[in-house]
Design a protein around this ligand. Structure first.
Ligand code: BGC
Length: 760
């Protein structure tokens, strides 16, 4: 390839396609949104917001994550991959693994969780599914793209430890477990540098994590084309001729090495040729495939619903023939089933819960009232509500379908409140007052506050449930499917309780991640704030018991890990699924740690009375924390408490294991500013300074024990460097320097520095 061909190849041809090189028989491939359905536009030019080919609209990531079922998410991914094959698309832009830093994030519906382990595993499953069909996934948006406000210019100001443990980890897991063909690099800046030009973040991706695919820009995210290429960005999307020219000139002037550009182009070529090789022109988006995928969308939706509350077993509905069911709320006929922005899918069909309930119950058994206006022409909220109240009163049971209006969940802007519209909340309260058997069914892609929570007997959270959400709702409401979803993010009582409250969304150029790694439940736990519904919460129509937690060892070296076993029993009278969750608590540690963190989970299906043993393999990474002074993952030795249960606030089973971490990982990194106590606590440090301290103490008229009371307290808090002034010349600055060198070389001996633990 000529220099000009290479420069052109490093960016797209049109909005959605890569550059072909006809002379060399190199094809062009098509990249299309993602993540929960294919948005294959009719033309390769332009954003194509106006129209795209019909595709299955699956539940958005917020819902999929609430299933806590990685197999299910992988099957959804595979369906996306098949549709991509059928539509001649080679890369599907998704999944999004950004952490939900605040419930107000405008794209929270497109993201999985506030927790990096859950988010990372869901993303890995999605990628495995898509790629199993010979189509690439694009893990996005790398990284710290946690808000919409000024998303193209703001700088996420976030410390290294927080990045590593929360925001990067959500990407590290899918990169190491599923190796996506592409990673999409975000618009925003991270600590001042645009993500697309961020050499250390791109280095982490490629070199530290071993990503074998390519880094592509989010659409229009490249500011400085040469800096981005140098930093590690392989492909700019869409293309810009001026940028191609800049690359040519940079290579000609020597500002960019020709080998760097070669490397970027080679990686993209490898991906394009692989995509071409794996393309299956025979795959058709047939009627049969449409139906199968609609059924999968229905199954996925039903499994993502979270039963938040269910007093007096209001659900499943008693739908005996003589019972009248009032269906209240315009969402029952005009569902909200996806969010707005680049992920908007043109569905192959849309089911409504009204039709689905009518189909089973028959139209004589149901009544309907819209309850609130969707548009101005629908009438005023007060009279619609009054009608709905009468409809509900006349029935035996009422279901209110409510949630967030479409405009509040969209790419490009964040929400400003946790409240649902007044017309929805007042409707729930008024209907519940008139009809004691009232249940609320919510459609929203992110947490909402529920000051009205005590009014209805049941609350079913159905997220943005995709095109088959209506049928899925009927399945769960009527008990054909037993709900088994769990919250993948905390529902707070009020906005001021949320972790990023003081720092979201920041100013127009900068947002400070002041809550650090206390994100999501880590924050509520640390601050002892009672959430509305905690992370991991979700009810079922049956009951489960978890019991008999045992560990295979009382103590272990971190490299060996430890296995936990627990029994889970279905103690009710229906078949159902439970998500058993394991958290680790580190009671005493040098690095400050959140009170507990999710380290594993498993979803089990059980018949009534059935029991199963669930096994969790805890490995080195589960005990690790990022130590900013050592600039790597470390495992502190000591006791760890294993906590198991069915929500982050319901962990009745606890066992302790003593873990021995690598010796180089223990305690603070010592230097002249470390205190005498810190030196004494460190095995190497103690050896280095003890003889001197003894000499000093003897000179000051006391033995180790014989000194005046409080010696240890007084001297222990002093930095080592002060000894040079306090020892009367006995200890010099040069000696201190030597001590620091000695302890450093003991700690940094090559055999002492452990390898980074891998994601399991
Ligand atoms: C979004 C991406 C999307 C891309 C292409 C961007 O604005 O941030 O998520 O994949 O557009 O539509």
């Amino acid at each position: 390839m000529t220099l000009e061909e290479k420069a052109a190849y490093a960016s797209g041809q049109a909005f959605w396609t890569t550059e072909p090189v006809e002379r060399l028989d190199i094809p062009s491939i098509w990249l299309a949104d993602g993540p929960h359905g294919l948005r294959r536009t009719n033309s390769p030019e332009g954003m194509g917001m106006g129209g795209s080919r019909p595709a299955t609209c699956f539940p958005t990531a917020a819902g999929l994550a609430a299933s806590w079922n990685t197999d299910l998410v992988e099957r959804v991914g595979a369906a996306l991959g098949r549709e991509a094959q059928a539509q001649d698309v080679q890369v599907v832009l998704g999944p999004g693994a950004n952490i939900k830093r605040s419930p107000l994030g405008g794209r929270n519906f497109e993201y999985f969780s506030e927790d990096p382990l859950l988010s990372g595993r869901m993303a890995a499953a999605h990628i495995r599914g898509v790629q199993s069909e010979g189509v690439g996934a694009s893990l996005k948006h790398y990284v710290a793209n946690n808000q919409e406000y000024h998303r193209m210019s703001t700088s996420a100001e976030v410390d290294e430890r927080t990045l590593r443990e929360i925001y990067l980890r959500s990407f590290r897991i899918p990169v190491q477990r599923a190796d996506p063909w592409t990673v999409m690099v975000a618009y925003n800046r991270v600590n001042g540098t645009f993500a697309t030009e961020h050499d250390s973040l791109l280095h982490v991706l490629d070199e530290e994590w071993g990503h074998s695919g390519i880094a592509i820009s989010d659409w229009g995210a490249v500011q400085d084309r040469v800096a981005a290429t140098r930093a590690g960005l392989d492909l700019e999307m869409p293309g810009k001729d001026a940028h191609d020219q800049q690359l040519v000139e940079a290579v000609q002037s020597g500002a960019l090495s020709a080998s760097t550009l070669d490397r970027r182009v080679r990686e993209t070529l490898e991906m394009v040729l692989r995509a071409d090789r794996l393309h299956r022109p025979d795959v058709e988006f047939s009627d049969a495939m449409r139906e199968r995928h609609h059924d999968l969308a229905r199954e996925a939706a039903a499994e993502s619903f979270v039963l938040l509350k269910n007093e007096d077993d209001l659900l499943p509905l008693d739908a005996s023939a003589d019972r009248q069911v009032a269906i209240i709320g315009a969402f029952a006929k005009t569902p909200r089933y996806q969010g707005a922005g680049s992920s908007r899918v043109n569905p192959t069909q849309v089911s409504t819960v009204y039709d689905a309930l009518a189909e089973t119950l028959g139209s004589e058994q149901i009544t309907y009232a819209p309850g609130y206006p969707l548009n101005e022409e629908d009438g005023d909220a007060d009279s619609l509500r009054a009608d709905a109240v009468e409809t509900a009163r006349a029935a035996d049971v009422a279901l209110v379908f409510a949630g967030l209006p479409p405009a509040s969940e969209t790419e490009g802007s964040d929400r400003t409140t946790l409240q649902m519209p007044d017309s929805h909340t007042r409707l729930i309260e008024a209907v519940a007052e008139a009809q004691p058997s009232t249940g609320a069914v919510l459609s929203n892609g992110s947490a909402v506050a529920m000051p009205w929570r005590s009014a209805p007997k049941s609350i079913l959270e159905t997220w943005l449930a995709g095109q088959a959400g209506g049928r899925a709702k009927a399945d769960v409401l009527l008990g054909r499917t037993n709900p088994s979803g769990k919250l993948s993010s905390t529902f707070p009582k009020q906005l001021s309780d949320t972790p990023a409250y003081l720092n979201f969304p920041g100013g127009d150029r900068e947002v400070r991640y002041g809550e650090r790694f206390f994100v999501g439940y880590r924050y509520y736990d640390e601050k002892n704030i009672e959430p509305l519904y905690p992370f991991g919460h979700g009810l079922s129509y049956t009951t489960f018991e978890v019991s008999d937690l045992s560990l295979d060892a009382d103590s272990a070296h971190s490299s060996e890990g430890v296995t936990a076993r627990v029994q889970v029993t279905n103690t009710g009278d229906r078949r159902g699924q439970e998500v058993v969750q394991l958290y680790l608590h580190d009671p005493e540690s040098w690095l400050r740690r959140p009170p507990q963190a999710l380290r594993d989970f498993q979803k089990v299906a059980l018949a009534p009375g059935e029991a199963q043993t669930v096994q969790f393999a805890l490995q080195e990474m589960d005990f690790a924390a990022w130590d900013p002074r050592r600039d790597r993952w470390t495992v502190e030795s000591g006791a760890y408490e294993v906590r198991v249960g069915t929500s982050s606030r319901d962990l009745p089973l606890r066992e302790t294991v003593t873990i021995e971490g690598p010796s180089a990982d223990q305690g603070p990194v010592l230097d002249q500013h470390s205190t005498i106590s810190q030196w004494l606590q460190d095995p190497e440090g103690r050896q280095v300074i003890r003889p001197l301290l003894q000499k000093m103490q003897a000179a000051m008229g006391g033995g180790e024990e014989g000194g005046q009371p409080g010696m240890q307290e007084i001297f222990g808090t002093l930095p080592l460097s002060t000894l040079a002034s306090f020892s009367g010349g006995m200890i010099t600055e040069a000696m201190i320097e030597q001590m620091v060198q000695r302890v450093r070389s003991a700690h940094e001996a090559p055999e002492a520095t452990p390898e980074d633990p891998q994601e399991k």
